[in-house]
Design a binder for this molecule. Structure first.
Ligand SMILES: NC(=O)c1ccc[n+]([C@@H]2O[C@H](COP(=O)([O-])OP(=O)(O)OC[C@H]3O[C@@H](n4cnc5c(N)ncnc54)[C@H](OP(=O)(O)O)[C@@H]3O)[C@@H](O)[C@H]2O)c1
Length: 369
């Protein structure tokens, strides 16, 4: 069996200077694991900030120099481990031509190859370890729904049988703007094939989260959706990815990393389950999709009524309110029923983003006079 427990030896986590990776280490430590925390550069400011946090946790070995683009750089970290949680990815905001010294400098290429080439290097290290029984990969809802959101009928529910590449015109699919979705889809298939090719030595499970939000453990984790929620609470306008309103389909990072761990420990027949060995993780607290400019702002206002909030757009680029939210039903039924995953109310997630953004000095709220 490939299911693991703390008795099977240490586990490794890639991308520990990131938001999800840092939380993954914390979750595993709290559940009795010894963790090899892989980071790529302990001298970078993110690396230093993360080392400062991780050094305060028990049972963590920090392994420096693990770069997705460097073959062999995960070998030492994975030796003797029972499982690998592969969380690291080259994301658009870390592929800016400066943040990937070992990449090509082309953002779309680095995002795509960070998945494919990077994961090949991770898999080579798993095969070389001789000890790893299970790989848990952090993919994305971008590999499930991707750009197909506008094309689905009203009330559509995304599940593990959906692939972002389904029925998408190849020219559109191969466009550099789809590099992230395509990377996640192709990497999932690549991992599943590699697990099969291992002849039963190890198996693979994929988690497909939506927008990952929740408390910040250290400052270097700030980015993406949590940064935008913090800006709103701090009286600032959104800075990314657009000035227009969009819907937020939130998963709490604590629920997500717990589901990763439960997947690693689960003896279920993941491969032959609905949609294969993948678990959609979205629809926090039964609220499928929140409009950022109105509903997320309302939740912040309910919790922090004295703060003057930013004023994000409440319409799309066409000047209309967002309508997509009514079309889709987001839930993680399979993760709940097969893994026993639990999902907290989204209000708690948003509140905790704001509280920790203040506590860590990321934002300074403006108070109503
Ligand atoms: N954030 C979301 O809403 C979201 C949604 C769905 C799926 N995901 C997926 O969840 C995973 C974690 O995302 P996140 O938001 O937690 O990301 P994050 O905070 O930006 O962290 C990304 C991690 O990957 C590492 N990394 C980047 N380039 C690397 C390279 N060349 N070699 C080794 N490590 C490298 C970063 O290290 P450095 O600090 O050294 O740059 C960092 O530790 C990713 O696979 C992402 O695709 C995220």
């Amino acid at each position: 069996m490939s299911a693991i427990s703390p008795k099977d030896g240490p586990v490794a986590v890639t991308g520990c200077s990131g938001f999800t990776g840092g939380h993954m280490v914390r979750e595993l430590i709290l559940q009795g694991y010894k963790v090899r925390a892989c980071i790529r550069d302990e001298s970078s400011w993110r690396g230093q900030d993360c080392v400062n946090y991780l050094s305060r946790l028990p049972n963590v070995d920090i392994i420096n120099g693990c770069d997705l683009f460097t073959p062999g750089s995960y070998d030492e970290a994975f030796k003797g481990c029972s499982a690998v949680f592969h969380v690291a990815a080259v994301l658009g905001n870390s592929a800016d031509g400066k943040s990937q010294p070992t990449g090509s400098g082309d953002v779309s290429k680095d995002v795509y190859e960070g998945g494919m080439v990077g994961t090949k290097n991770v898999i080579d290290a798993i095969n070389a370890s001789g000890s790893v029984k299970r790989m848990v990969y952090t993919s994305s809802m971008a590999a499930v729904s991707g750009a197909r959101g506008a094309t689905v009928p009203d009330g559509y529910e995304w599940t593990e049988t959906d692939w972002a590449s389904d029925e998408v015109d190849p020219e559109r699919w191969n466009h550099p703007r789809n590099a992230y979705s395509k990377s996640k889809v192709d990497t999932e298939h690549f991992i599943n094939d590699a697990a099969d090719a291992s002849g039963g030595k190890w198996d693979a499970i994929t988690m497909n989260p939506a927008m990952i939000c929740g408390p910040i453990l250290f400052k270097a984790q700030v980015g993406q959706w949590i940064e935008q929620i913090g800006r709103l609470a701090g009286g600032l306008d959104p800075s990314w990815p657009s000035k227009y309103d969009m819907y937020y389909n939130i998963i709490d990072v604590r629920d997500l990393v717990k589901a990763h761990r439960l997947a690693a420990e689960s003896e279920a027949d993941h491969k032959n389950s609905h949609g294969g060995p993948r678990y959609v993780m979205h629809g926090s607290g039964g609220r499928s999709a929140l409009r950022f400019g109105t509903e997320v702002a309302e939740i912040i206002h309910e919790h922090f009524p004295r703060f003057v909030l930013g004023k994000p757009a409440t319409v799309t680029s066409e000047g209309k309110p967002i309508t997509i939210a009514s079309k889709v039903l987001n839930d993680c039924k399979k993760a709940k029923s097969v893994l026993g995953a639990t999902i907290r109310p989204v209000e708690e997630t948003i509140r905790d983003v704001v509280e920790t953004s203040i506590e860590l000095g990321v934002i300074t709220p403006k108070l109503a006079s």
